[in-house]
Design a protein around this ligand. Structure first.
Ligand SMILES: Cc1cc2nc3c(=O)[nH]c(=O)nc-3n(C[C@H](O)[C@H](O)[C@H](O)COP(=O)(O)OP(=O)(O)OC[C@H]3O[C@@H](n4cnc5c(N)ncnc54)[C@H](O)[C@@H]3O)c2cc1C
Length: 242
């Protein structure tokens, strides 16, 4: 059981109208594996305690820092606390946890990351780490398929554009589920079997590994769609945010 650590908020910025990126300095930092999460504890002066899990979005190669992406939920206890935490504010956390939903550079299979909204957060740790492997020419083929509601909700867009421009091994494709977005010339609509079949024509019959992350509803829907195009459960790893 890992012990509680204290982390100080050193940087915060909006990734979208409802998601903030929060960077903390952790004194007794320990390395994480890309895809892992921490448990954050919030305690009121009256002694009421709430604990929630949050995935790490930064590369494991960044020492002493943990970065979270937090989606604000209406009346959500911990997400509201984290969204209103001032710079210099401290939180208690424990981790890192979770070894199943993780990726290490030694895994040389190509990987497909399918994200619904904030499900992209743990993938950023994998994407950033894989991009860093370009230095030693060890970066593996990685394809990201992301689904967001509107253009404003797309997370890490500029960074993904920059990475995919520099790194020929990493590519991404996005779809928006609400057509209202002005100036969006990309795909609109939910991820369905037809779309997956087209996007994954090469990877479907290779030894690629598939990762799916997002709300329970999104993950369950994606697993069904992947199964329908012949991807077996053994090739999939999933993270459900609830
Ligand atoms: C492994 C894992 C990793 C995760 N990673 C992330 C991550 O990277 N980023 C992220 O943002 N989230 C992540 N989550 C989700 C996160 O742990 C929290 O569940 C989320 O932030 C909501 O917590 P909260 O305290 O803000 O909301 P809660 O207080 O738990 O409320 C959740 C929702 O339920 C509603 N609600 C609460 N009580 C009631 C009630 N009595 N009646 C009706 N409605 C109610 C609230 O209004 C709110 O909309 C992860 C979850 C898991 C399991």
């Amino acid at each position: 059981m890992t012990k509680w650590k204290t982390a100080e908020l050193i940087e915060s910025h909006d990734l979208s109208p409802s998601v903030k990126s929060l960077r903390f300095k952790v004194s007794d930092w320990e390395p994480h594996i890309a895809g892992q999460h921490y448990m954050v504890r919030v305690e009121s002066p009256e002694g009421y305690i709430a604990e929630r899990y949050y995935s790490l979005s930064n590369s494991p190669l960044e020492e002493g820092i943990i970065e979270l992406g937090v989606q604000l939920l209406p009346d959500g206890e911990v997400s509201t606390f984290l969204h209103t935490l001032p710079l210099g504010g401290k939180i208690k956390l424990r981790g890192p946890f979770g070894t199943h939903f993780s990726w290490v550079p030694e895994d040389k299979n190509s990987i497909i990351l399918i994200a619904g909204g904030s499900g992209l957060i743990p993938f950023m740790s994998m994407i950033r780490l894989n991009h860093e492997q370009l230095r030693n020419e060890q970066s593996v083929p990685m394809k990201i398929i992301g689904s967001f509601r509107t253009k404003k909700d797309i997370l890490y867009y500029d960074e993904l554009l920059a990475i995919t421009k520099m790194n020929p091994n990493i590519s991404f494709t996005l779809t928006l589920t609400q057509e209202k977005s002005h100036g969006w010339t990309g795909r609109v609509g939910r991820i369905d079997a037809q779309y997956l079949q087209r996007e994954l024509s090469t990877e479907r019959n290779s030894d690629s590994h598939f990762y799916v992350s997002g709300s329970t509803r999104f993950v369950e829907a994606m697993k069904k769609q992947l199964e329908s195009i012949g991807i077996t459960n053994e090739r999939m790893k999933e993270e459900q945010f609830g």
